[in-house]
Design a protein around this ligand. Structure first.
Ligand code: C2O
Ligand code: CU
Ligand code: CU
Length: 482
């Protein structure tokens, strides 16, 4: 797929009088509804791998994913789907020998980490089938919940959808000293919707390429109808929206409040009490949920509540994961008043402001089912340098969806940023957008400003929409740190 050809086709079409932008073939598409299944499958917890000295491969497999029907999957490190949780101490060096045992090119992107450009899984830096690659870089990010997934040009959506993704967890002595729930009480939960009725085959149609690929089955850690037995105490859940396109408005079915302790870039300065958290694809939230008041034998659910802001999804409340209160236990965890300092970057230190129009859609139905999604009027081209920034400087970037009709979770590689402001739509920075972030959601009508301090890792990185069908539909640009 050649982006330049599409642009010239588009210009030509415009000349002969066909509207190219907002051709609106599928803007009225609606996400398919979630179908709940009995919550009877014990939730799998990914195995843990020390990222300081790891070997990992990607390969195809088969599994039933709790559905009773076998489907084709992709997994890392021998898992049928997903991969081990990589763990490392802040300040240590990652050493990971990767082998590609797939029949297609792939690579690994370290979502949320500050990584040298050559290690970041740039779309054209791929490992061929049968090949291997040594990842090696210092991990300096704050303690928190990050993740890894493939990033090959035009195939990120397909490979992530079929199963490739895993958690990347950073700890530090300071974090451990906080006494947050650990061990079996620290549970990573990746939530993803899939079409199990279609055998987990990635075959998006025009609507899917327009609004993103939505499935009827919601999987947690790769299992549909997932269930977790809990004790009457506090748990730390690390929520990751690993879906291609679906947004979840996470809440407890009891309506009970819980505590948000961390976002994309690690722990907040203090816990915040919340009753819901809206996460778009790529975003994370670290939460504490206290089951202390529940009777043994009772059940409650992690669910997604309805939300507004976009026409294509949010109309349905559905259950995601059952918590079955199975035993009485004394809670030895504490809820700290303070977590980890968060340096607030002041807008006054920004040396530049760049604004990106994310409000265009360009559709082509005639030739194939491709639907292109431009970012600031351009489609991804690995040979272009779109933005050049200076290492160590601070900038304000605005993602402007004011005139848009689609929903875009915008993500920047190799950096963490802070959300400064939102105008239009929800018109405020949300509680779960505090602290450090690497992905931020812009609903139609919204303009979101963020502030970024660029690290010293020089080279070319990408930023893009993390709706993976939009990403593969061209909604990705380059920036170079010099
Ligand atoms: Cu998680 Cu470029 O993405
Ligand atoms: Cu990323
Ligand atoms: Cu998008």
């Amino acid at each position: 797929m050649n982006a330049l050809k599409i642009i010239s086709f588009c210009t030509l079409a415009a000349l002969v009088g066909t509207m190219c932008h907002k051709m609106d073939m599928g803007t009225n598409a609606i996400a398919r509804d979630v179908v709940e299944n009995p919550f009877v499958n014990p939730i799998p917890i990914p195995s843990i791998l020390d990222a300081a000295n790891a070997t990992l491969d990607a390969k195809s497999n088969t599994a039933s994913l709790g559905s009773g029907t076998t489907v084709n999957t992709l997994g890392y490190g021998g898992a049928a789907i997903l991969g081990p949780t990589l763990r490392i101490q802040q300040g240590s060096t990652l050493n990971l020998a990767f082998s590609n045992n797939l029949s297609e090119a792939t690579n690994i992107h370290w979502h949320g980490l500050e990584v040298p450009a050559a290690q970041d899984g740039y779309p054209t830096d791929v490992t061929m089938p049968g090949g291997s690659f040594q990842y090696n870089f210092p991990v300096n990010n704050r303690p928190g919940t990050y993740w890894y997934h493939p990033h090959p040009d035009l195939a990120t959506a397909s490979q992530a959808y079929r199963g490739l993704a895993g958690f990347f967890i950073i700890s530090s002595p300071d974090e451990e000293a906080l006494g947050l729930p650990g061990g079996d009480y620290d549970v990573p939960l990746v939530v993803q919707d899939k079409r199990l009725d279609a055998g987990l085959i990635y075959n998006p149609n025009t609507d899917d390429r327009t609004i993103g690929m939505f499935g009827e089955s919601v999987l947690v850690n790769g299992t549909q109808g997932a269930m977790l037995e809990v004790a009457t105490r506090t748990y730390r859940f690390r929520l990751l929206n690993g879906s291609n396109a679906r947004i979840y408005n996470f809440a407890l079915s009891s309506g009970a409040k819980f505590h948000l302790i961390g976002t994309d870039g690690g722990l907040l300065d203090a816990p915040v009490e919340v009753s819901n958290i809206l996460l778009s694809p790529g975003e994370r939230a670290d939460v504490l949920v206290n089951f202390g008041g529940q009777a043994v034998g009772s059940e409650l659910y992690l669910q997604s509540n309805t939300f507004s802001g976009t026409e294509s999804q949010g109309k349905q409340t559905f259950k995601i994961l059952k918590f079955k209160v199975a035993r009485q236990e004394t809670d030895n965890s504490i809820l700290p008043n303070a977590l980890m300092p968060v340096e607030v970057i002041s807008a006054s230190v920004a040396v530049a402001t760049r604004s990106f129009n994310i409000g265009h859609m360009m559709s082509h139905g005639g030739m194939s089912a491709m639907v292109m999604h431009p970012l600031d009027g351009k489609l991804f081209d690995a040979n272009r340098r779109d933005e050049v920034v200076n290492a160590g400087t601070t900038e304000i970037w605005e993602f402007d969806n004011t005139t848009g009709t689609e929903t875009h979770p915008m993500h920047i590689h190799g950096v963490q940023f802070q959300v400064l402001n939102r105008s239009g739509g929800r018109s405020a920075v949300q509680v779960w957008e505090k602290g450090w972030k690497d992905t931020v959601l812009a609903f139609p009508g919204e303009k979101v400003s963020i502030i970024i301090r660029f690290p010293g890792n020089k080279g070319k990185f990408v930023f893009h929409c993390h709706n993976l069908e939009h990403e593969d539909g061209g909604m990705m640009l380059n920036f170079e740190i010099q």
